[in-house]
Design a protein around this ligand. Structure first.
Ligand code: NDP
Length: 365
């Protein structure tokens, strides 16, 4: 039996809104001496341990040099595994001291989303470039504070949306920009997995920490809808629901939502922590293309109506993302995914939540 967190009804269209383009890029402090930039991972959980740290062993333009952790027992394990010296080990209380450490050029916030603002701002204030995981933060105010801190300290800020660095995804972004198959008529996109065995106190069940399907996985279809169309989102509508009430007490298990763009195109989106689902399908006036899966760590591939097969790229997504972002710092040019991109997705998350609370009413952005 489905329980709507808010209630029924659904989508409609139109409206007026804004997508923040990456506005004026500040002067960047360019590191002089280094071949490879030094990265400090902040928060040594699953993603840092299994994806980012291994990825940093493959990167050409950056490498793992430091850690920030609140769990002392992890320190010797990471020091031994990655050869991290004592001087490059921090906790959340003393991480501001990284300001005095030339080994570290980049702070990468990989803590729960509710802590991204704290850690990213600390990194920026220490004069370090900031990489921040998705979702960027829990509130728009936090997103803005991160952007402001990066600007003020003249450091780069990028959000860890790895798909925008993935070759097949870049191909379909290009199709959209060039209208290779005519104007886009509809987008359908989803990302979800069946959550099992997470402890009840896991941050993914806490709204304040940025848990629930919409924050955690929903930013994938949101970002995909935005990058595949390249248009401004102007209105949303959606419904959040819970099936396993014993597990999802305070957050959504599934959210189904529509995003309406300024040219009238609608993206039909779904995200879930109850269902394995992963695709991006784009219909155009003169053709179509899809990626399935569209946001997995590997195997992202699909087909195009002209017969082109988008073969999965064998590369390591996280290594590619971090190399691209490090190169942007070295070459003093804007990153592929600026902070404003992450903030726009949180604007949409919040509007979808509001819509669900209003029985799926159309919410203008
Ligand atoms: P985990 O729960 O596995 O790890 C989070 C880590 O953050 C903890 O291990 C802990 O590290 C630190 N932490 C500090 N304070 C807290 C707190 N109050 N509660 C819980 N953890 C805390 O999460 P993930 O590694 O899966 O996710 C971390 C971030 O990465 C999230 O923003 C998530 O959305 C993002 N992510 C991105 C992915 C992508 O593909 N781009 C994929 C997976 C996650 P320590 O003990 O060292 O302090």
């Amino acid at each position: 039996m489905k329980k709507h967190i808010s209630r029924k009804n659904f989508i409609k269209k139109t409206g007026a809104a804004m997508m923040l383009a990456a506005t004026g890029f500040p002067n960047i402090i360019i590191p002089k001496r280094k071949e490879k930039l030094g990265v400090a991972l902040v928060g040594l959980g699953n993603y840092s341990t299994n994806w980012l740290a291994p990825g940093l062993e493959m990167t050409e333009h950056c490498e793992l040099r430091g850690i920030v952790t609140g769990t002392p027992s992890k320190i010797p394990v990471w020091q031994e595994r990655y050869g991290i010296p004592d001087r490059n080990v921090y906790n959340y209380e003393n991480m501001h001291e990284v300001a005095n450490n030339d080994d570290i050029d980049i702070i990468y916030s990989v803590t729960p989303p509710g802590l991204h603002a704290r850690d990213s701002i600390a990194g920026a204030e220490a004069g370090k470039h900031v990489w921040c995981e998705k979702p960027m933060a829990v509130t728009l105010e936090e997103c803005q504070a991160i952007i402001d801190a990066a600007r003020k300290n003249r450091v780069q800020l990028t959000i860890g949306y790895r798909m925008q660095h993935e070759p097949n995804t870049q191909t379909i972004i290009k199709y959209g920009r060039e209208e290779a198959f005519g104007p886009i008529t509809e987008v359908r996109t989803a990302a979800g997995y069946r959550a099992q065995g997470l402890p009840a106190d896991d941050w993914r069940f806490s709204l304040e920490m940025g848990g629930g399907a919409l924050y955690d996985m929903g930013v994938y279809p949101i970002n995909a809808a935005r990058y595949s169309t390249g248009k401004k989102a102007v209105a949303v509508s959606g419904i959040q629901s819970v099936e396993r009430e014993e597990m999802f007490r305070k957050v959504d298990e599934t959210t189904v939502f529509d995003i309406e763009f300024d040219d009238g195109t609608v993206a039909k989106c779904k995200t879930s922590m109850g269902e394995n689902v992963n695709y991006l399908e784009v219909d155009c006036e003169e053709g179509w293309y899809y990626l399935r899966p569209a946001s997995s760590y590997s195997g992202v591939g699909g087909e195009v109506s002209d017969g082109t097969v988008l073969e999965p790229d064998p590369g390591h997504q996280q290594a590619r993302q971090m190399d691209n972002d490090a190169l942007a710092i070295k070459e003093n040019r804007p990153p592929i995914v600026p902070g404003e991109d992450g903030m726009e997705d949180i604007r949409i998350v919040k509007a979808v939540m509001e819509s669900s609370q209003r029985d799926g009413a159309r919410v203008v952005l």
